[in-house]
Design a protein. Structure first.
Length: 317
């Protein structure tokens, strides 16, 4: 990896100094709120811990944005754990599920190497917003075209039938389990534990693998230490028609384990609140009754108290 961490830290420090004066952009502010509400219910987490997670999250985003525009900066995964599980999934024409975590952009490119070696194919399921936002990333488009990574837009009519045909006849698919993407309303939404909240998960892919008697292989691109990128593939597992919820929980538990260790590597903290079904209560005491505004959001003037996770309106007009 050619990205210099010290350069990114300097860039972040400059941003934070400006934000202390002018306010934080909405998405970054909502990420801070969501991290607060997830971690403060844990007895061992303080407001200082929350702020550190948020700042590391911001640093990770700067790094991933560098990769977004300069994909050649990533020199590959330093370690792959569970390659035998990837091969098992390829041979059985199964489904790979991953999360927007770590160097997630490179998961498909790593998989396609092994897929081609075993005369299979790889189709990646994306939502319309992601597909549209990627159009101007010319370097990425060239790399994906050269690698023969195919896209299926989840909201398009007939996308479900395409997935059935691929898994029955041709090869493998990869999708992001934390994207909540799909066509229309989910007929059977599921709920599972995040850190301390309960989140809504689409159940479509789990019902599909159970119907076709395929298996799901969860893959995570984590970073056990700064600058060391690792790919972990867990053993593929079947999903029972009679207990879809168990399959959802099993796949999310792999993610949750990594999330507890390095929460800053998850890209979607800024939109997490859209999928929360229930937040856990944060214990407070009378000494915290008077708000202490730590950070203010720039556009709407929202303020947050990192001791409680409470948001306040700081603008009256």
């Amino acid at each position: 990896m050619n990205i210099k961490t010290e350069d990114l830290k300097s860039q972040l420090n400059q941003l934070l100094q400006t934000e202390k004066e002018l306010g934080v952009e909405y998405d970054d502010f909502m990420a801070l709120m969501n991290i607060c509400k997830e971690f403060l219910p844990l007895d061992y987490t303080s407001s200082t811990d929350v702020e550190k997670i948020w700042m590391q999250y911001r640093l990770n985003n700067l790094e991933q944005n560098e990769y977004r525009f300069q994909p050649e900066l990533f020199t590959g995964f330093d370690e792959i754990i569970g390659q035998e599980h990837i091969l098992e999934c390829i041979q059985n024409k199964g489904v790979f599920g991953t999360f927007h975590y770590g160097a997630y952009r490179y998961v498909a490119l790593e998989l396609i190497k092994l897929v081609k070696e075993h005369s299979s194919s790889l189709d990646v399921v994306v939502d319309t917003d992601s597909y549209e936002s990627e159009k101007d990333l010319h370097k990425w488009n060239e790399i994906r075209k050269k690698a023969d990574v195919n896209y299926i837009i989840s909201e398009e009519h007939g996308s479900g039938l395409k997935l059935v045909r691929i898994l029955k006849n041709r090869g493998n698919i990869l999708l992001y389990l934390d994207g909540n993407t799909g066509s229309g309303e989910d007929s059977q939404p599921m709920f599972c534990d995040h850190i301390t909240s309960s989140v809504n998960m689409r159940s479509g892919i789990y019902r599909l693998v159970s119907l076709l008697k395929k298996e799901l292989c969860v893959i995570l691109a984590d970073q056990p230490e700064p600058g060391y990128n690792r790919l972990i593939a867990y053993k593929p597992f079947a999903v029972s028609k009679s207990n879809i919820k168990e399959g959802v929980d099993q796949s999310y538990e792999f993610f949750r384990e990594s999330l507890l260790h390095r929460p800053d590597l998850w890209r979607f903290w800024y939109r997490h609140h859209h999928y929360v079904e229930n937040w856990q209560e944060i214990a407070t005491n009378q000494d915290l009754a008077t708000p202490n505004i730590d950070w203010v959001e720039a556009e709407y003037g929202l303020g947050i108290d990192l001791r409680t996770g409470h948001m306040y309106e700081t603008k009256t007009s």
